[in-house]
Design a protein. Structure first.
Length: 147
C-alpha cells in the first residue's frame, strides 16, 4: 500500500516538472486562474533546476515521513479533481483545508531540512493568490511608503 501511495505521489509530483520542460523559457508569465477555480499548471515556475530538485526531494521525504498528511492531500486532491470534472467550483472549506494541508507540508519539509525554507518562501512569493474559490483580482500594489 505504501509503495502504491509513493508511486502515485511520485507520478503526481513529476507532472508539473514535465509540463515545465515542454514550455518555452521566454513565455509570458501566467495570468490569474480562469474563472471557476485554481488551476496550477507550473507551481515550480521561478525556481532553478537545483531548487526544483531540492524541493521535490524534501517534499517526498516529508510525505513519506507523514503518511497521514500524504493521504489527506491525496484525498482532497482527488475530491477537487472530481469536482472540477463535474464543473463544481471548490468551496471555501475545501480551499481552506488545502491551504492548511500545504502549510503543514511546508512545516514538515522545513523540520526535515531547514535549508528548504528559502525555496518555499520563493514559491510563496511567486504564487498567485487569487482570493479564494473562483479566483479574484490580482493582489493590490504595494503601498507607496515615500509619501
Amino acid at each position: 500500500m505504501k509503495t502504491l501511495l509513493c508511486l502515485t505521489l511520485g507520478a503526481l509530483l513529476a507532472c508539473p516538472i514535465a509540463a515545465h520542460a515542454q514550455t518555452s523559457t521566454n513565455a509570458a508569465p501566467p495570468g490569474p486562474p480562469p474563472e471557476g477555480g485554481f488551476h496550477h499548471h507550473d507551481m515550480l515556475a521561478g525556481l532553478t533546476d537545483a531548487e526544483k530538485a531540492e524541493f521535490e526531494k524534501d517534499r517526498q521525504a516529508a510525505l513519506t515521513a507523514n503518511p497521514t498528511l500524504a493521504t489527506q492531500l491525496q484525498t482532497l486532491g482527488d475530491e477537487l479533481k472530481q469536482d472540477r470534472e463535474d464543473g463544481t467550483k471548490p468551496t471555501d472549506a475545501q480551499f481552506q483545508q488545502m491551504k492548511s494541508l500545504h502549510e503543514q507540508l511546508d512545516q514538515a519539509m522545513i523540520s526535515l531540512d531547514p535549508s528548504v525554507a528559502p525555496i518555499l518562501a520563493k514559491l510563496k512569493a511567486h504564487h498567485f493568490h487569487g482570493g479564494g474559490p473562483g479566483g479574484g483580482g490580482p493582489p493590490p500594489p504595494p503601498a507607496d511608503s515615500g509619501t
